[in-house]
Write a protein that binds this ligand. Structure first.
Ligand code: ZN
Length: 61
């Protein structure tokens, strides 16, 4: 059974959520195969806009 909300104190819930926030912020960074810049895994490269060998977002400005 899932945790009962009324059995879990506010401080317990909030401290657990705070701990998980730190986890979610710890993003895995990989090297972009196109421009070799550091990029987030499973995300479009912010430097060149490429993902999975294709240009998804136009980088021309
Ligand atoms: Zn790139």
């Amino acid at each position: 059974m899932a945790n009962l909300t009324w059995r879990t104190s506010k401080s317990k819930t909030r401290s657990r959520k705070a701990a998980n926030m730190k986890l979610s912020q710890n993003i895995n960074l990989t090297e972009c195969p196109n421009c070799h810049a550091k990029k987030e895994q499973h995300r479009v490269c912010k430097a060149c806009g490429h993902y999975n060998g294709k240009e998804v977002v136009s980088s021309e400005e």
